[in-house]
Structures are given as C-alpha cells and as structure tokens.
Design a protein around this ligand. Sequence first.
Ligand code: MG
Length: 449
Amino acid sequence: MGKYFGTSGIREIVNERLTPDLALKVGKTLGTYLGEGKVVVGRDTRTSGEMLKNALISGLLSTGIDVIDIDLSPTPLTGFAIKLYEADAGVTITASHNPPEYNGIKVWQPNGMAYTSGMENELERILEEGKFQQASWDNIGELTRADPKKEYIKKALEMIELSKGYKVVVDCGNGAGSILSPYLQRELGNKVISLNSHPSGFFVRELEPNAKSLETLAKAVKSLEADVGIAHDGDADRIGVVDNQGNFVEYEVMLSLISGYMLRKFGKGKIITTVDAGFALDNYVKPLGGEVVRVKVGDVAVAEGIIRENAVFGGEPSGTWIIPQWNLTPDGIFAGALVLEMIDKLGPLSELAKEVPRYVTLRAKIPCPNEKKVKAMEFIKREVLESFEYKRIIDIDGIRIENDEWWILFRPSGTEPIMRITLEAHTKEKAEGLMKKAEKLVKNAIKSV
Ligand code: MG
C-alpha cells in the first residue's frame, strides 16, 4: 500500500485529501502509464462525483488519451463498458460503502478486473515523480459521452431467463445501482418495487448491505408478500439479499447457494473464495462437484484466482461476486438477476437457505499499532503450533489454521490499527474456547514485539 492507493484504490474524505487537484494528477498519471488509447470514466451518486470526474478527465485528455464519459454509473456498468467500447482502462469515481463525505478512485483493466497492487504501485510511482506525458495542442485527447445501459440489459437478458415474473423489491441505498438494477429486474419480466433509488448523493441507510441496514427492505418484502429483496452498496458491486419471508440471508449462506447454482448452470469446477470464508461453502458445493480454492481478501485476488484456476465462479463473504461468464468486474446487479434465475429454477429462497449447513462464527478485534503488525504476525506464525493442534495452515493473507471441525484466521486490518480474529467451529462451546486461546495468543504477540 502506498501513500495514495490503499486496499481498494484511492479512498479519502473529499476536499481534504481527495481534492480535484489530486484527481487531475491521477488522470495525468493514468494517461502517462497507458501512453495511448482510450479510457471509460464513470462515477457513483456522491455530491463530489461530478467535480472529481471532470478533473480526472482533464488530466487524461492532457496526456492525449481519449475519454468515454459514461457519467453516473454503477461500478459493474463501468466494467461492462470497458469491454463494450474496447477501452484500454476504466476508472470509477466511487467510495463504495463509505459515508457520503468520502469519495474514491479505482482503476480497471481491459478485461474488467481491477488494477493489481503491482499496477497501482506503478501509478503511485508516476504520481509521486510528477513527470507526466503532455500532448501537443493537436494531439489532446477526444472526449465522447456514452450510455451503455441498454446494451448491458440486452446482454444480461441473453444470459438469464425466467419462466415467469416475480415480485422483487430493490433497495439501492440511493447509490449508483438506482439507475440500473430496478430496470434490469423489470426487463426480466418481474414486478419491481424500488426503495431508496434516488441517485442524489444523500444516503438514507448505511450503504453496506447487512441485516440492520436492510430492515426497511425486509419489512417491505414481508408486507408486500414479495418473492425476494435485492440490495446494493453505493456502487452496486455488491449484493445483499432478503428472502421471501423477510429475513436477511446471511452472506455465507448466499455465497454457498449461488456457488451451487453456478455449478448447476455451468457444470462442475472450481469455486474461488477468500481466506475469511467459512466451511459452509466447501460442504455445500462438494456434492455438486465443486472444489473450493481460497485466495487473499479482495476482488482483485478473486478475479486472479478465477483466471488461474479456470473457475466457474468466485465470491467473497461480503456479497462481492464475480461471474466470469459475464465479466471479471464484481457485479451486484447481474448477481441480482442470477438470484432470480436460481429462485425460478430451484424454489423459494427461504427453503433453499435451509439446505446450507450453519456453524458458529465468532469475530474479535484487538487494538494493535500499525507498526507492530508485521512483527506480531511473525510471532503468531511461530507460536501458533504451541496453542493449537491444526492440520493445515494457509498463510497467503494473514494466517489461517484449519482442522476438520474448526478454523481460525489471524489477519491485520489493512485500514485500521487492529488485529482481527475470525473463527468458526461446529459448536458454541468449541468456538468460545478457541476464541479465548486465540485472543491470548494475539495479545501476547502484540505485547512481546
Ligand atoms: Mg462497492
């Protein structure tokens, strides 16, 4: 992680660290990095979006790069547009689920996946150095405006088919999904009720879809006797789902169900998930011919895993799903269509959710100064065998130790001065016992480094 680019591109408070000046420089930086070609630029609904977008576009044009401005656009639509217009990169101006005073800049590759940290490091270097490519007056980039929504819906309808229409409540949290998700659901033949779909930049619920932030959606689904509720974060790369009885379907359950459905739809194969995902997925997909491969946390690692393993599907237990037959950009909107197709083929969501085995998951955060994180993790890796009898260890992102009945993940936060412990076990007693030992180990590690 560099000075500007964090775990998900640049994400800062607007007009403090993320100013139009910085957006202009990022535009020049990306133009210098690419040298030539064209870039798709989209933004979410935040009040600062237009300001930052125009600055970024100016920077790109000054280096001679052509720009296709698709303006207000959920991240997955920008990802789609990159491929549709055969662009050399894409940029989303978004802070995803952060509060409204934030915004961010995330860069995407021609194949729809986000820039890797290696590519971001190179951008960081160019940005720091400040030697930007400059086009002469007759070589300045050309700006065009485009709206890829119709093509997106047309292409999605070629892949998703329902035997009848359903009643669907869509909650976009006033984010960028508002301009696409309800329309795609309607074009699928559903009766759609839209909640919080005013792309104003003022948010009425927490943008992260979870049981608490989706209480209104859950009530609406129940009182309207709808078949399903679909919700998104601010840029709609994620999906949260409420079942036909008005219950928020836990992320791990939804991840298992959709992975199973993908195996049924596209055939046996590998499923990519991240080191913080539980055993439910492994157990659920095994009888369907699925094999789970775990990668680092983050959509880039999932997309890379999909390519490397030629996987059928990849998803994180945060509602971030990548459907490679569609695109390598995480897409909560296409995911919504896929959920409807699953319900159409397999039955009501409340019934399907019962098929997924549930275990006990516990999470803890322990304060840890950023400068101690690396040493503390080394300590944990050295000492972990003293405390636990595990069978397997995965150390690609934090340290995950596994037995057949439990697993524990020790992972430093990328953004906050804390260590996270996530664990899962078959019983509450076992989980609590493991947590006690895990907390002790982490505290010892922080104290002794
Ligand atoms: Mg997001």
